[in-house]
Design a protein around this ligand. Structure first.
Ligand code: 5AD
Length: 361
């Protein structure tokens, strides 16, 4: 009981805008995971909602997701499209295919296109730049987000000059040793973090993020993720539960918990009030009401999928990925779901308030 009151006091400090020590974040995460933490959890969610509504109101921003390639040269141990998975269906959308997806998204009223893919060795930086230019010329009012993994600074700069506004690159886990247990030796946690800092320096709205419930994760490691985010101060934070994929080395690890994912969404909302935080497809895959519960924990973005159905089914980062009702064509249904919890879809570009907040003091 004493622990619960201590934890509640920590929550109040967080809600006032204080930064906590790593140990305090870990204690909070641990307390939230205990039996009988319902009161604490409800307090956390309501503080997070209050914070979100004070910055962004009750609108839910939409990002149209286009999974442009399922080829990947990397071999992340958790990921279904890892290079070594010989059974993964591989495809690469053509420029014309991608532009068709944008057109379909624009017709639905979507104003942000997220071009996401594996680290496809055939992806040419020039072609991506050209594609970004074409999209921005066709839809000058839109935002283009790239999520294409690690590239040299010059490439990030060229894509930014071509008009890309935002870049998503989850850090996956902030702890160096833990990162090495989730990835093969060719991938470096330091390089990952350096990429994120570069993206911010170049002027992108940058998105970081992590898996919840990845193998060997502890409350202390999650606390390290929170400290890392507090230091980096990204514009966007993607947080999703780990979901095992049978064709990966992590096939037999249990999935992350929906509840813990919601706790982390809410804590990140309190630490970074101005962040754009999606209720992720992974969350909606583990819980049929994942989008609603994500919103009620402080998230404010949903990413409807614009990838053509045939390819979408091959982009399996994890198994049983929700593909049908996350389709962009189901916006009316999503709107009803959001209305039912007192929120509504916001079709504007929905930029991060981070920069204006800094400029405005
Ligand atoms: N379970 C959940 N999320 C995953 N991702 C990759 N593999 C999995 C998995 N098995 C996430 C990673 C990556 C994002 C695009 O998808 O965090 O950054």
């Amino acid at each position: 009981m004493k622990r619960m009151t201590d934890a509640a006091a920590l929550l109040d400090r967080l809600a006032k805008g204080e930064r906590l020590e790593r140990e305090a974040y870990a204690a909070l995460i641990e307390a939230l995971s205990e039996e009988g933490a319902d009161g604490l959890e409800e307090r956390l969610f309501s503080l997070a909602r209050e914070k979100r509504e004070s910055v962004y109101g009750r609108g839910v921003y939409l990002r149209g997701l286009i999974e442009i390639t399922s080829f990947c040269k990397n071999d992340c141990y958790y990921c279904g499209i890892r290079h070594s998975n010989r059974h993964a269906g591989r495809y690469r959308l053509s420029e014309a295919d991608i532009l068709d997806c944008c057109e379909a998204g624009w017709a639905l009223g979507l104003h942000t296109f997220v071009l996401q893919g594996g680290e496809d060795p055939a992806l040419r930086p020039d072609s991506v730049a050209r594609l970004v230019e074409i999209i921005k010329a066709r839809y000058p009012a839109c935002a283009v987000t790239l999520s294409l993994g690690e590239w040299p600074r010059e490439v990030y700069e060229a894509w930014f000059r071509a008009g890309a506004d935002r870049y998503l690159l989850r850090h996956e886990t902030a702890n160096l040793a833990h990162y090495r247990r989730l990835h093969p030796p060719a991938l470096s946690p330091q390089r990952r973090k350096a990429c994120l800092r570069q993206l911010k320096e170049i002027g992108y709205q940058a998105g970081a993020g992590f898996l919840v419930g990845s193998p060997w994760q502890t409350p202390d490691l999650l606390a390290e993720d929170l400290c890392f985010l507090a230091g980096l101060c990204p514009h966007m934070v993607g947080i999703g539960p780990f979901i095992p994929h049978s064709e990966t080395p992590f096939a037999h690890f249990p999935a992350g918990s929906v509840r813990q994912t919601l706790h982390l969404i809410a804590l990140v909302r309190l630490i970074l009030p101005q962040a754009l935080i999606p209720a992720t497809t992974a969350l909606a895959t583990l819980a049929s009401d994942g989008y609603e519960r994500g919103m009620l924990a402080g998230a404010n973005v949903v990413m409807p999928n614009l990838t053509p159905q045939k390819e979408r089914e091959q982009y399996q980062l994890y198994e049983n990925k929700r593909t049908g009702d996350t389709a962009a064509g189901k916006l009316a249904q999503l709107e009803r779901q959001m209305r039912a919890i007192g929120y509504h879809l916001d079709l504007s570009r929905g930029d991060s308030k981070l920069d204006t907040m800094i400029e405005g003091g």
